[in-house]
Design a binder for this molecule. Structure first.
Ligand code: GLN
Length: 241
């Protein structure tokens, strides 16, 4: 048994869990447990206090669910910024990703405040971007990420917040600048549902390594047999629908 332990805070899964985004939490959990690394999953619901975790996850959802979560997150904005600055890992999918930015402006509704972990903003567009996405990144091997997008939000990155990847199939952040997702420090956002991590095991391990490095100063992970995962990854590359 590995003596290392991680704590994951799953933010507002009752509101933001579109397209099986909970599969990302399951992937991180299993890839730790398969290696004998204990991982505690805390479901954080509306009204709950948020205490320290090594990894935070938030999924996607419709504009309506984002409203409740946006105002709840404001209560924890400073705490979560401190967690970011201490090196904690964050993964936000689609609607959750949008709330990592400065704001999300839905159609015909009041602007939703974000928690500004990412220097980014989102404006609802007139077209829904729906379909498979393949994107190239420069910090994991293989250098591809695959998933499924379904959003009308157009996200634009600024300052130190850099893209997670460059879209080769699909729309990504806004269908214009070929960027997909965003990253600042150990905060990651992406439009890739699917859910995202099961077909991108290399990225899941990258997040686990970042969390272990921050907590223990080392991030050695025993290799896993990922043939099935990478077969699924390969089949998704370049797929349009
Ligand atoms: N409501 C947001 C949009 O449509 C996010 C959707 C989602 O999380 N899939 O852009």
């Amino acid at each position: 048994m590995d003596s290392r332990k991680l704590k994951l805070g799953h933010l507002y899964s009752r509101q933001l869990n579109l397209y099986g985004d909970i599969g990302n939490v399951t992937t991180l959990k299993k890839r730790c447990e398969w290696r004998g690394i204990e991982i505690e999953i805390d479901n954080i619901n509306l009204g709950d206090k948020i205490t320290g975790h090594d990894i935070y996850f938030i999924g996607g959802g419709q504009d309506r669910q984002q409203v409740e979560v946006a105002f709840e997150l404001q209560k924890h904005k400073e705490f979560l910024a401190d967690e970011m600055n201490s090196g904690c890992v964050f993964l936000g999918i689609c609607g959750g990703y949008q709330l990592f930015g400065e704001y999300y402006q839905p159609h015909n509704a009041d602007r939703l405040p974000g928690i500004s972990l990412l220097d980014a903003y989102t404006i609802a567009g007139s077209k829904r971007f729906i379909g498979n996405v393949t994107a190239k990144t420069n910090f994991v091997t293989p250098d591809t990420l695959v998933g499924f997008e379904n959003h009308s939000g157009l996200t634009y990155l600024r300052g130190e917040t850099k893209p997670l990847a460059t879209v080769t199939t699909g729309y990504g952040n806004n269908g214009e600048d070929k960027t997909e997702g965003g990253r600042y420090k150990n905060v990651f956002g992406t439009y890739l549902h699917g859910s995202f991590l099961p077909k991108n095991p290399h990225f899941a391990d990258y997040l686990i390594k970042l969390a272990l490095e921050k907590k223990y100063g080392e991030s050695e992970l025993t290799p896993l047999d990922d043939k099935i995962e990478f077969d699924a990854h390969a089949k998704a590359i370049g797929r349009v629908y």
